[in-house]
Design a protein around this ligand. Structure first.
Ligand SMILES: [Cu+2]
Length: 238
């Protein structure tokens, strides 16, 4: 295979690995998380290639031959020591700054959310209450709940638990957060693409934990208003 062919194959493998690692984000905040994953992956790949390459090169280049004497010994090299101190330090500081920036965006609470949904987890189901409208959707392991939300609008989920620790996770949002009894956690995000997104409890919480699922259907804001009005007239019997 030619050098070009090798490069193409390598790029294709990296693309496949990257796409398998991170689901395509369906929310604005998740895009920052995805970029961060990609940067970490590339940095880790470069470090691995460099370290593994240098080890292999040293093993091959300096392997002992019959009749070799002990090589020249030395125990100080300030330049080398400063270099291998500085490179990891700079790498870690840069990754820390990038992570802190993304974390700040992911943790930022929306000052004026378009919709606030109070989410309560229990063994083994979900209770979703739309703040200000009285609409409530409840479902459990036998009857998976489906909630509807508008795309392109700031949303806030307040998260709590009625019994044990659960965790709220929609894989396509690339954000998850624990639901702890006696405490309220919050996630603010904006869904960017219409679609149907699967949500799960991601903290082992007992016998039917694996069946503690829900669905979010994201639709255009105008349709959402119609849906919410419909739920109100049916007294939130979703
Ligand atoms: Cu749970």
């Amino acid at each position: 295979m030619s050098t070009k062919g090798h490069l193409g194959l390598t790029a294709a493998c990296v693309a496949v690995i990257l796409s398998a690692c991170v689901p395509e984000p369906a929310d604005v905040q998740g895009e920052g998380v995805e970029h961060l994953y990609t940067i970490f992956f590339i940095v880790a790949a470069v470090v691995f290639t460099l370290v593994a390459g240098l080890i292999t090169w040293s093993l091959v280049r300096y392997r002992a031959k019959p009749g070799d004497d002990l090589p020249k010994q030395f125990d100080r090299n300030l330049k080398l020591e400063l270099t291998w101190f500085a490179i990891p330090l700079i790498t870690v500081v840069v990754l820390f700054i990038l992570s802190a920036g993304v974390l700040g965006k992911v943790n930022a609470e929306s000052a004026d959310p378009s919709v606030t949904v109070n989410v309560e987890g229990y063994q083994w189901g979900w209770r979703f209450t739309y703040e200000g409208s009285g609409v409530q959707i409840v479902g459990d392991a036998d009857d998976r709940p489906e909630i509807v939300l508008p795309v392109g609008r700031p949303l806030t989920f307040t998260l709590g638990s009625a019994d044990v620790v659960h965790s709220f996770w929609v894989p396509r949002f690339l954000i998850k957060r624990d639901m702890v009894p006696g405490r309220q956690n919050t996630i603010s995000l904006t869904i960017s693409d219409p679609g149907v997104y699967r949500g799960v409890c991601t903290e082992f919480c007992g016998l039917l934990h694996a069946k503690m699922n829900f669905v979010i259907r994201a639709i255009p804001p105008a349709q959402f208003e119609g849906w919410l009005d419909g739920q109100r007239t049916t007294d939130g019997d979703g």
